[in-house]
Design a binder for this molecule. Structure first.
Ligand code: COI
Length: 355
């Protein structure tokens, strides 16, 4: 069945929903995808009419530039449902702005706001039943752009595909998360692409992370590439440290992703009157704080991970466990953030976007 929305989006609905086959009580993050996907091609210097089609494989030339040069960027966002069956996105315009910032760095053309917002709206309307109400349930939304031009010359593609796929989700990390402070490998460098959600930023972490995992750590906290003396981000999350009652997090830079959860938490913490210091955070001060007992918490903040407490960290062969707190910043901020996301309290910031 085909139809057109107000915006020029051509919609082809599936005739065979997979919804009944999914066990929502036992989801693995990012494994089950909804019935539809959004697709928009760029050619002849412009984005073509977007389409929503049944989720499924796509066909590409083996010589497509994305396979050879990794010219690809992506986003992570979530939709939430309240008890009245209303669906909300969280700060979606920020995701569009960020994918276009990432795209610029990777020589990919910007995607128009109206296509993005109306595409999301139409896609979520179609796949609405895939979003379950209740704290912790969400729909993870993955917009991405890939270079589709065939040809292995090392130059920007002249054609691209922008897509949005969606996966019902609950927790990203199951179980406790211990992190290793990076000493040898680096995630990003000055002048590089660390601030962009470029696909290769993530693939490049897999090998060092697998080494950390073999030592019993789930993630790495990346340090600055020059000195390895400053703690930057975890690759799937920005990182916060609580020393006594002060909250510390690294400033965004060329090397660090401008996380939407990160900036939301900074705002929430500041509005609670907490001393938030956005400044370089040294390995030395955190190790010292762990030794003298003033390090109360470390937690990650990201769309997929939400707010994830870290139970301990490793550094130069030593392991430090963090105290188990009755009332942590991490759980308080998470409660506050989720109340806005799930529409159980007012949204003084205008972050919630009703679909
Ligand atoms: C997100 O939090 O949405 C991310 O993009 C991290 C991802 C690698 C799961």
């Amino acid at each position: 069945m085909e139809s057109m929305t107000d915006a020029p989006i051509k919609i082809t609905k599936t005739t065979a929903s997979k919804l009944e086959q999914v066990d929502f009580s036992n989801l693995t993050f990012g494994k089950n995808f909804t019935d539809h996907m959004f697709v928009c091609d760029y050619k002849n210097g412009e984005w073509q009419t977007p389409e929503i089609v049944p989720y499924g494989p796509i066909t590409m030339e083996p010589s497509a530039k994305v396979f050879h040069y990794g010219q690809a960027v992506f986003e992570g966002m979530k939709a939430f449902k309240d008890d009245n069956d209303d669906v909300f996105l969280f700060r979606p315009k920020d995701n569009l702005d960020r994918i276009n910032k990432s795209a610029k760095r990777m020589a990919i053309p910007a995607f128009p706001e109206s296509y993005f917002m109306e595409g999301l709206q139409a896609l979520l309307n179609l796949d609405r039943n895939w979003i379950k109400a209740g704290a912790g349930n969400s729909l993870y939304i993955r917009p991405f752009v890939i270079a589709t031009e065939s040809g292995v010359s090392a130059s920007p593609s002249s054609s691209y595909r922008f897509m949005i796929i969606c996966a019902p989700a609950n927790a990203y990390y199951k179980g406790e998360v211990k992190v290793l402070f990076a000493e040898k490998y680096s995630r990003s460098a000055d002048g590089g692409v660390g601030y962009a959600k470029a696909a290769g930023n993530y693939g490049a972490q897999f090998f060092p992370t697998s080494l950390a995992q073999a030592e019993g750590f789930q993630q790495i906290i990346w340090t600055d590439a020059k000195t390895h003396e400053y703690l930057e981000e975890a690759g799937t999350m920005n990182i916060f440290f609580r020393v006594n009652d002060t909250l510390l997090t690294a400033p965004i830079s060329d090397r660090i992703l401008d996380g939407i959860t990160r900036k939301s938490l900074i705002q929430i913490a500041e509005d609670k009157g907490i001393d938030v210091q956005v400044r370089p955070v040294s390995v030395k001060e955190i190790v010292e704080a762990a030794k003298n007992g003033s390090l109360k918490e470390i937690f990650g903040a990201g769309t997929a991970a939400t707010i994830n407490p870290i139970s301990g960290f490793g550094h130069k062969g030593e392991t430090f466990d963090l105290p188990k707190l009755e009332s942590s910043y991490a759980s308080n901020f998470k409660k506050e953030l989720m109340a806005i996301q799930y529409n159980t309290k007012d949204d003084p910031y205008g972050w919630r976007h009703k679909v």
